[in-house]
Write a protein that binds this ligand. Structure first.
Ligand SMILES: Cc1ncc(COP(=O)(O)O)c(C=O)c1O
Length: 545
């Protein structure tokens, strides 16, 4: 019976592989899985209309004598905002529910989530080799080749054995070392060395459930009060503003220059640092996102050197968010890690404190639901590192599937390996398609009246600037809405397309933007472009000054 089931699964998977890009056949395989809703993981507690539990109380239930009220909770939680899953996403989820019962309720038949960098929710396929190794490690009975009849590639089996041999008792369901399984950290360190050409130490690696917990951990370490400041790019990915707010620190903004393709000027860093210092703020670190989110720029190496020198001179920790390191789409730009840049300038452990964040969520792998990542922590004294380790150990360890995937992302198949050709084909297929989608969307956006959009050199987003007419701004004010949120809500209601208002990332006051991911599959892009273009035209017709 078991053999039969495995045989059936093999046939099905072979079939799916052959027709990897054939949407309908893939759906047949997916239909064997439990029902999945793209939005089901993200219903926020506050969207009470979506929750139907009979025990639920409305916010205004005055008869309640429960001990916790908004007045009594931690004000830092109230202060924290996270627009990527904010109000517009809540509205989108409501519309999606309505469409289920009344498909004619709106002038569109589906919601297209362009609000978040969640590639697999929009149909991106996982990398086969990574999933094979993960499956084999998770269910070791599959390592019996007589049972699986060649279902798995030779190198995935070999890699799974190698990984299992590094885990005490081959127990992937056991807690690991709080920094992550040592053998996996060895693989990551070797991957960093191969990438940078400078040594990496597995003891500097702290494996995390995605990059986010690493960022929180560093904020917790660096921020004692609102007197501690963190320099952050504006616009920024709201993990930074949210995390600084949660830990009670001060966000010290530095503005990226939209006119020069979201350039990062050292003079701006200096000006903002001095301004913060004059207000009594001790600036502890500089957060830099490269490639940028939401802005998509890839820093030039020369610029990175200046940033490193600036941090060295000013005694700032560099928090280098490098989660989009594999997402570079233009031939004239290349990713350089800050560690490589610092080491190539001759700065060692004793000269510069640097934390680099990497994640399995982005790149061509897009495994965000598996929650894996790491931070490489260099240039901290051993007593401080012990404190970082202590904080990591309070969480026991990051999840083991995420750890395995993080090691694979940093040490993928090599030429000559059984999976190499198919791995490269999958990887390049995804990255070249993302580049194409970025270009098509950028060109379409730049054709819209009053819209200018820098190219996405990297990452997964476009961040167009919209010159909103005064009439639209007045209408937004009358509706008690921020103008770019007003535009995004109207876009959602007219087209089903979900984007995030620029105000969620902060922006130069008086400018308006939205962020749109480049992640919908290629066959959806023409419809998105048409709907967006039509909507924008009618919006301008309604509000043009
Ligand atoms: C710049 C940046 N950093 C960090 C993250 C966190 O992602 P994760 O926690 O899934 O690694 C994201 C997610 O979108 C991001 O865009």
């Amino acid at each position: 019976m078991r053999r039969f089931v495995i045989g059936q699964a093999k046939n099905l998977i072979d079939q799916t592989r052959r027709q990897h890009h054939h949407h309908h056949k893939n759906l047949r395989l997916l239909s064997l899985l439990p029902p999945f809703s793209a939005a089901s993981d993200s219903i926020p507690v506050s969207s009470s209309r979506l929750l139907s539990s009979s025990s639920e109380m409305s916010a205004s239930d005055s008869s309640s004598s429960l001990p916790v009220t908004l007045d009594s909770i931690n004000p830092k939680v109230l202060k924290c905002e996270y627009a990527v899953r904010g109000e517009i996403v809540n509205i989108a989820q409501r519309l999606q529910e309505e469409l289920k019962t009344n498909k004619d309720a709106y002038p569109f038949d589906e919601i297209i989530y362009c609000n978040i960098g969640n590639p697999q929710s929009l149909g991106q396929q996982p990398i086969t080799f990574f999933r094979e190794v993960l499956a084999l490690c998770s269910h070791t009975a599959l390592l019996d080749e007589s049972a699986t009849h060649g279902l798995f590639s030779a190198d995935s089996i070999e890699r799974a054995w190698k990984i299992l041999d590094q885990i005490p008792g081959k127990a992937t369901g056991a807690y690991s070392h709080s920094q992550g399984i040592k053998g996996l950290r060895d693989a990551i360190a070797a991957g960093i060395e191969a990438r940078d050409g400078f040594p990496a130490d597995p003891n500097d690696i702290f494996m995390t459930d995605g990059a986010s917990p690493g960022v929180h951990m560093m904020m917790q370490l660096l921020i004692s009060s609102e007197k501690d400041g963190i320099l952050c790019p504006i616009p920024q990915y709201p993990l930074y503003s949210a995390s600084i707010a949660l830990h009670g620190g001060s966000l010290v903004p530095y503005y990226l220059d939209e006119a020069s393709g979201w350039g990062l000027e050292i003079s701006e860093l200096k000006k903002q640092l001095e301004d913060a210092r004059s207000k009594g703020i001790t600036v502890r670190a500089l957060a830099v996102i490269n490639p940028g989110n939401p802005t998509g720029q890839v820093l030039a190496e020369e610029n990175q050197r200046d940033i490193v020198d600036f941090c060295k001179q000013e005694g700032l920790v560099i928090l280098a968010d490098e989660v989009y390191q594999e997402n570079v789409y233009v031939p004239d730009k290349k990713f350089h890690s800050f560690k490589k840049v610092a080491r190539s300038m001759g700065y060692g452990e004793k000269d510069i404190s640097l934390v680099s964040f990497q994640s399995i969520s982005k790149g061509y792998y897009g495994e965000c639901g598996k929650r894996g990542g790491y931070m490489e922590v260099t240039g901290f004294t051993s007593d401080v590192r012990e404190q970082i380790y202590k904080v990591a150990s309070v969480n026991l360890c990051s999840n083991i599937s995420g750890q395995i995937l993080a090691s694979l992302v940093m040490s993928p198949p090599k030429p000559g390996d059984d999976s190499y050709d198919s791995y490269i084909a999958e990887k390049e297929g995804i990255l070249s398609s993302l580049a194409k989608r970025a270009k098509t969307l950028e060109e379409a956006l730049n054709k819209l009246e009053g819209v200018t959009c820098n190219r996405a050199e990297g990452a997964m987003y476009l961040f167009p600037c919209i010159k909103l007419p005064q009439k639209a701004i007045a209408a937004a004010e009358a509706a008690k809405t921020v103008p770019d949120a007003f535009y995004c809500k109207r876009l959602l209601n007219a087209t089903g397309i979900v984007v995030v208002p620029g105000s969620g990332f902060r922006q130069v006051p008086g400018t308006w933007h939205f962020r749109c991911t480049i992640l919908p599959q290629e066959d959806k892009i023409p419809a998105i472009v048409n709907r967006l273009t039509e909507f924008h035209k009618s919006f301008m017709d309604e509000y043009r000054d």
